[in-house]
Each structure stands twice: as structure tokens, then as C-alpha cells.
Design a binder for this molecule. Structure first.
Ligand code: SAH
Length: 370
């Protein structure tokens, strides 16, 4: 079945593998450059988004709770060996203050994200989640990296609803090179995603577009894997080099020859976004910070018109937010003040979209758990 259909009313289902487009077709679309063909791709993605998840844009309050990290990911600015990163860790009181700001703004979800911080023990995070669930009606999403099954179960029991863990790339050799395992362990994010599903989380994953060493074929396989994993949420954004990382400092060790290397640009990111929407019609897909960082003026509008249905305003206090530098020049379209939130509402209204009410659970997940 073609990715772009001529029948606007046709309803495709990602649960029917026979109807799932193959990697070859994905690959063709990724390398498509004719504007009139791409216009068809954007229109199809927007139609599939409208038909399956509607016009509401769900807002998630993002809280970057710590930039301490024990890992050595070659692409990430908060990697352990980066001595120039100024480290911080928010206290539970500071985090709860942000959580209450999310309630005040009418958001349905908070997302707690951090490096792999050894002080975030299973018990510490479980207490925090328990307090948020006890004090507010919010859905809680965790994005705390690779953790033990024991911790993940504990947090789910404490009330955590969702977990985000990008597999970053489906190319195992590239993954091992850019994402070395913690000492004495094997890093298998695909296995962790399956475990998260079994534990009962709403599960999100994703990739970076144009990560150095990523080929067109790799990217096509990544997108096909989204559908195979039957995810509830998909997050993607362009790779943005951070000067204090090995990847940015030694491009020759990582980059492929130009004809094979996927560019980390907006157009390629949007092709991947549109294809993810078409292949996984019922998932939640955010317009990510990386997308708005590379295009602060129009990145939000373009992403929401090419498949995205979620946005994550950053509620981290400014001094901490400035230090959560996984990549440089990270923008924040919405700040903590009310005025910038109203500005966001106007931008959504101008697009003919409204702020979503309630928790904004994934349609995919709700179908699985009627
Ligand atoms: N420690 C958590 C959260 C990491 S930050 C984890 O590893 O899951 C969330 C995402 O930011 C990562 O999964 C990665 O896809 C993205 N990211 C990290 N460094 C980046 C960079 N230099 N450019 C673009 N995205 C980056």
C-alpha cells in the first residue's frame, strides 16, 4: 500500500502488518526532493493526524530535573566526562513548584527528564512520583534513561503513567559506538521498551535525525521499527552538535561520506516526522525542542502541520534550564510567565488548532487498554 494514497478518506491501521509500507518505500520518500511530491507527503501526514488524533494540541510541562549523568554518549553535552558542564540537581520542593505551575496553566501532564543521575535512587523517584500523583490530577511521564526493571516497576506502582526512552538508532554498531554501555552492563533500549510495555507504561521512543554515522538505510529502518514496536509516543529531532563532545570534536571519526550521511536538517526531520505519522497513525508525536531550536520562527507551526500533535513547554526554572545543555542554543518557545503561554495559545489558534483538554493519553494506548 502506498504511503501517500489518493483517497483522502482511507483509514490505515498500523496494527495490520500486511498494509504496512516497506523500508524501500520509506527510503524513497526520505530521499524525495521534488517540492510537489513533498507537498503530497505533508498533506497526507496532516490528514492522517487530523483523522486519527484530532486537532487538539496536548501540552506537557517539561521539567529538566538534573543534568548529572554517569554515561558517556558521544553526542550529548551533559555526558559524564564533560567537565565544562555546570551540574545541578533540583530538589523535590523545586520540582513540585514547577508541577503546580503546570496545574495552574491547565496542562494535563508533566514530563520529568534528566541524565542518568546516581542520586535519583529508585526510592527517591518513587517518593517524588507519589507526591505529584497525591497532590495533582496530572499524568506523569518519566524520561530518566536506562534503569533496572526493579526501579521501573517501583515507579509504575508509585503512579507513573508514561516512559520516554529513545532507541536513538536501530543500527546496533552505530549505537554501540555513540552510546557506550554503563560498566558491566549491556545497553539494550529495544528490550527495555518491551519491558516498559509489559509493566504497563504508555511507551515512547524516538531517534535523532542526521546523527553522524546514520545512513539513509539506517533512518528508513528506524522509521519501520517505530511501527514494529507499536509505540504510543514518538519523539524525533535533528542532531545538533555540541562543541564539548567527541562527535563534534572528531567529525572524521563519525561522519559518513556525504552521499550516505543523512543531513541533520529541517527538511529531513520533517520527512521522518510525516512518515512516522503516516505509519503510526494513532501515536502522540511532539513538535520537539530540537525542531524549534533549528527554526524558532516557524518550527512549531511546520511540525504541527506535518504530523505532530503535542508540544512540551519547558517549565524548568531559567538558571537550571540554561545548564541542561544536551545541545547548544536550546530554545524555549514558552517561558514560565503567563504572557509567553498566551503567545503560544495564539500561535496554535492561528493554525486552527486548540489546546487539548485533559491528560491527552495516546489513542494507541487507550485502544490497547479499553
Ligand atoms: N538521559 C535520558 C534523557 C536524555 S535527553 C535518556 O538518555 O533517555 C533526551 C534526548 O535528547 C535523547 O534521547 C537524545 O535523543 C536527544 N539528544 C541528546 N543529545 C542531543 C544532541 N546533541 N542533539 C539533538 N538531540 C540530542
Amino acid at each position: 500500500m502506498a504511503i501517500v494514497s489518493d483517497h483522502p478518506s482511507s483509514h490505515r491501521s498500523s496494527s495490520d502488518p500486511a498494509r504496512r509500507p516497506g523500508e524501500e518505500e520509506i527510503l524513497d520518500w526520505l530521499q524525495e526532493d521534488r517540492p510537489e511530491r513533498l507537498e503530497l507527503l505533508w498533506r497526507q501526514a496532516d490528514r492522517v493526524r487530523h483523522q486519527n488524533v484530532g486537532d487538539a494540541v496536548h501540552l506537557r510541562g517539561l521539567i529538566e530535573i538534573s543534568n548529572h549523568c554517569t554515561r558517556r554518549c558521544a553526542y550529548c553535552g551533559v555526558r559524564a566526562p564533560n567537565r565544562r558542564a555546570r551540574r545541578y540537581r533540583m530538589t523535590p520542593q523545586q520540582i513540585l513548584e514547577c508541577v503546580h505551575l503546570a496545574v495552574e496553566r491547565g496542562f494535563g501532564t508533566v514530563v520529568l527528564q534528566s541524565g542518568e543521575d546516581p542520586r535519583h535512587t529508585g526510592g527517591w523517584v518513587a517518593d517524588l512520583v507519589g507526591r505529584i500523583k497525591g497532590e495533582t490530577p496530572l499524568a506523569v511521564t518519566l524520561s530518566l534513561g536506562e534503569r533496572t526493571a526493579e526501579d521501573l516497576v517501583l515507579w509504575r506502582q508509585a503512579g507513573a503513567d508514561r516512559y520516554l526512552l529513545r532507541f536513538e538508532t536501530s543500527n546496533r554498531e552505530l549505537y554501540d559506538r555513540v552510546h557506550p554501555p554503563a560498566k558491566g552492563t549491556v545497553s539494550d533500549r529495544i528490550a527495555l521498551l518491551r519491558l516498559l510495555r509489559e509493566i504497563g507504561y504508555e511507551v515512547g521512543s524516538g531517534i535523532m535525525i542526521g546523527l553522524w554515522g546514520q545512513s539513509w538505510q539506517d533512518l528508513a529502518t528506524d522509521i519501520a521499527l517505530f511501527a514494529k514496536l507499536d509505540l504510543d509516543m514518538i519523539g524525533l529531532g535533528p542532531y545538533i552538535p555540541h562543541p564539548d563532545t567527541p562527535m563534534a570534536q572528531h567529525p572524521d571519526r563519525y561522519r559518513l561520506p556525504p552521499e550516505r550521511q543523512v543531513p541533520a536538517d529541517e527538511l529531513t526531520t520533517h520527512k521522518a516526522l510525516a512518515l512516522a505519522r503516516i505509519l503510526c497513525p494513532e501515536v502522540n508525536i511532539p513538535a520537539t525542542t530540537a525542531m524549534t531550536t533549528i527554526n524558532p520562527e516557524q518550527g512549531l507551526e511546520l511540525a504541527l502541520s506535518r504530523g505532530a500533535n503535542v508540544f512540551m513547554p519547558n517549565l524548568t526554572p531559567d538558571d537550571h534550564r540554561a545548564r541542561y545543555t544536551i545541545y547548544p542554543s536550546k530554545t524555549s518557545l514558552v517561558h514560565r510567565d503567563e504572557e509567553s503561554y498566551h503567545h503560544l495559545q495564539h500561535r496554535l489558534q492561528a493554525l486552527g488548532r486548540e489546546v487539548g483538554a485533559g491528560r491527552g493519553d495516546s489513542v494507541r494506548y487507550s485502544r490497547r487498554h479499553p
